[in-house]
Design a protein around this ligand. Structure first.
Ligand code: CMC
Length: 371
């Protein structure tokens, strides 16, 4: 049997939610370019599109906004749980525990419902903000129902209404991060959901899959890389040194994209609008260009380009999000795609149950006869 490591090229499900075309650099959400939605539509409108299959009309949009705003208030049991978790638990672990704790005996786990997807999505930013402020010794900030999803997240983190261009940039990032086909965490979530375990445990499984540096955990490592490089003249020797030692450049390469990740293109433009000629942005552009050239030299034919995480890191830094919140913020976006996939999975559910090819030893009496 051929090697199947990483399930590369394997189609695991049919979906009407998102198309990722890695050769052409296309990312489409239910018939719309994700890059267009990121600049012309809000978080709530795009979430509606992914969950319900179409962009909302005016009334549908205001009803969804109202429901999401009402669901932002953290229940007391959740606050108690967040206060009880060990201070050293990383935020992704906190989110995983919180998602699992949403399941209460009152709601049957099957079938998953769209209102559960909305509730989960509404609460994630508040969980992050509550926990972050508590650990900083600050009072938690209650949500502001007048603010939209992204602005309210920044408000709950800082206690100040955000600059409109910061909220707009975060919205663009959240929209571009919502959905990405059968990525590792979406797959994990669909597998968990397919057992009829329920939407909340399935989201918890997806969160547990999201945190690794090969998936959602890269943005903080991008910042660490840019800080270690420091100035443009140090970029080439620094990057070369990593590649000479067989290391990986964070924010580059992708299993599907063999050209520039369209999310990186869109976020580069948003970051430029936010930071203008800021030296940190100029450094990021220089590192991008140098890394792309060196990757072609060290890894010829692998077609390694900038991925979403590179400029996600730049945006989050520009709006002053703490580095520890980069991957949790990616989670606040991707929860929409996960839950849309779970609802889709439930509509035609069959448990995921692949096989493995056994390459271990056989009992001695049949070894050599069966193989
Ligand atoms: N830097 C240096 N070399 C790389 C990189 C990189 N960023 N990415 C891939 N390669 C090399 C790899 O060493 C291998 O070389 P060789 O053929 O000589 O052994 C070749 O390219 C193929 O790599 P692979 O590991 O088989 O590719 P993959 O499809 O399994 O991995 C990836 C995809 C994203 C895990 C990988 O490109 C990577 O580790 N990138 C850096 C981490 C990163 O930026 N992660 C965020 C991904 S985007 C967010 C998301 O959509 O989840």
């Amino acid at each position: 049997m051929a090697s199947v490591t990483g399930l590369e090229g394997v189609v695991a499900a049919e979906t009407g939610i998102g198309l990722v075309d890695g050769e052409r650099g296309h990312l489409v959400y239910r018939g719309y370019w994700a890059k267009d939605l990121a600049v012309s539509r809000g978080f709530e409108e795009t979430a509606h599109l992914l969950w319900y299959g179409q962009l909302p009309g005016e009334r549908e949009l205001s009803a969804l906004k109202e429901r999401l705003a009402a669901a932002r208030v953290l229940p007391i049991e959740l606050r108690r749980l967040l206060d009880a978790l060990p201070a050293g638990l990383p935020m992704m672990g906190v989110l995983q525990a919180a998602a699992a704790a949403f399941a209460n005996g009152a709601e049957p786990p099957w079938p998953p419902r769209a209102d559960q997807a909305e509730r989960m999505t509404a609460l994630v930013p508040g969980v992050i903000a509550y926990r972050y402020r508590r650990l900083q010794g600050l009072e938690p900030v209650e949500p502001d129902a007048e603010l939209d999803h992204a602005a309210n997240y920044l408000y709950m983190l800082t206690g100040r209404r955000p600059e409109p261009d910061h909220a707009r940039a975060l919205t663009a990032y959240l929209v571009l991060g919502m959905e990405h086909g059968m990525n590792a965490s979406t797959f994990a979530g669909r597998v968990a959901l397919s057992t009829q375990a329920g939407l909340y445990p399935a989201v918890s499984a997806a969160i547990g899959t999201m945190g690794g540096p090969l998936h959602g955990g890269a943005p903080s490592e991008v910042i660490a890389m840019l800080e270690a490089i420091g100035t443009p003249d140090r970029a080439e020797p620094w990057l070369r040194d990593v590649l000479e030692r067989g290391g990986r450049l964070m924010g580059f390469g992708h299993r599907i994209y063999k050209t520039v990740d369209p999310r990186a293109e869109a976020l580069r433009a948003v970051t430029r609008g936010l930071t203008g000629d800021d030296p940190a942005f100029a450094l990021a552009l220089h590192v991008e260009e140098t890394a792309t050239r060196l990757l072609a030299e060290y890894k010829p034919g692998r077609r390694l380009h900038t991925n979403v995480e590179f400029f996600a890191a730049a945006i989050m830094k520009a709006i002053a999000l703490p580095t520890a919140l980069f991957t949790p913020t990616f989670t606040a976006a991707r929860v929409v795609g996960w839950t849309a996939h779970m609802l889709e999975q439930a509509a035609h559910n069959r448990i995921f149950r692949p096989q493995s090819a056994y390459v271990g030893n056989m009992p001695s009496e049949i070894a050599g006869r069966i193989g």
